[in-house]
Design a protein around this ligand. Sequence first.
Ligand SMILES: Cc1cc2nc3c(=O)[nH]c(=O)nc-3n(C[C@H](O)[C@H](O)[C@H](O)COP(=O)(O)OP(=O)(O)OC[C@H]3O[C@@H](n4cnc5c(N)ncnc54)[C@H](O)[C@@H]3O)c2cc1C
Length: 386
Amino acid sequence: MSKYDAVIIGAGPAGLNAGLRLTSAGLPLSVLLIDKITPWEKPIPCAEGVGRLGFEEALLVDPSWIRLVISKAKFYSPDGTCVTNTDANKGFIIDRAKMQRDLAEKLAERGVETRLGVKAKSVSPVDSGVRNITLDGGEVISARVVVDASGPVSLLGRGEPICWKPYDLEPGYFVVADNVGCEDDAIHIYTGQKIAPGGYAWVFPRGGGAATIGVVVGKNQVKGANIRDLLNDFLSKRFPGANVLTYFAGSIPCGYRRGNIALPGLIKCGDAANATNPISRAGIVEALMSGALAGSAAFDMLSASTAKQAKKICRDYEKSWLEKRGARHLKLAKAKESLSKVPDEDYNTAARTLQAMSADKISMAKIFGVSLARFPRLAWALRHLM
Ligand SMILES: Cc1cc2nc3c(=O)[nH]c(=O)nc-3n(C[C@H](O)[C@H](O)[C@H](O)COP(=O)(O)OP(=O)(O)OC[C@H]3O[C@@H](n4cnc5c(N)ncnc54)[C@H](O)[C@@H]3O)c2cc1C
């Protein structure tokens, strides 16, 4: 049986950044990175939007990963009233495939063994200081620490007291299209019960008039909705001239609850730890950040000599995630449900009020402020954020 100090399952943003942090001290550790596919070979089903500040905080950004710089977000209320928020901090549309391939290459330079096209079927409970990972095909490998960065649906660790399943898993469906004719420096978010019940529709530019156009729908509303019909309806009404190149589907874990995200010998991060922002549904920066914390925790766990020390490392890791993003995500997860119950008319009225203000006076704080002051149902929904 092959034995490793650490095995990282998943070569997405979380697993790759965990690997970078785990190997940053340059110690001679045996580390294996596996993924059931080669993630950068095919287009990654993602709109690839990130906030600049968080992205640059999470890792050293290579300029070649940036497709476009975004300077404004345009929010559309259900009746189409548009409110523009210009963000001095800016955001990016990135090229995830390039970023992930480059990060995997960096890990290989540091001596990390990579096996692609290899799926982990299960991770055993810890026994004599190691966990066994059973791979598709029956091979078993062992590791002193497993970092589970396998995304939302692989359910590794099932049966143990750890968050092994996704909370509030929402479907996302989108197209890459050209001839959309959108500006290259703005993202567009559309709300409305008829457009995307419990979620939103988005248009994120890709450059040269191309864009990803998609819909994410709330888990509680999805039963009554056909997401493909919603997307096609949105496309035909708002972008009749768009030339659809490809359809993509994916799932986003959009809830966050307190609960174990680590056990001795098993550390979860990224979507596997429900790290996504429950309202914006953004998870790239969150995966990179939680991956970095998980990599540090894995490194510390390799030098833990007692179960007590290992448990403390788990607690410290959870605490660090709570401080970084988790505590905020707890509030957002509560606010999300209430926001989905606010009638469309309230959003229309709030948007019209904001639209009447001059653009340079509109900020996210102003958007929340107006909503709170004038629309009690919106204010009540947003109370979780206070
Ligand atoms: C439609 C859609 C649009 C999105 N748009 C945005 C956006 O614009 N901005 C943003 O910030 N976030 C976005 N997200 C969310 C974002 O994609 C995720 O939050 C992010 O990819 C999480 O990174 P991760 O590393 O945790 O997981 P992933 O990126 O899912 O990586 C997990 C990896 O593990 C591998 N894997 C899974 N199971 C196994 C297994 N059993 N064995 C071995 N390998 C396995 C997978 O092949 C995959 O490569 C979007 C999500 C969807 C679905």
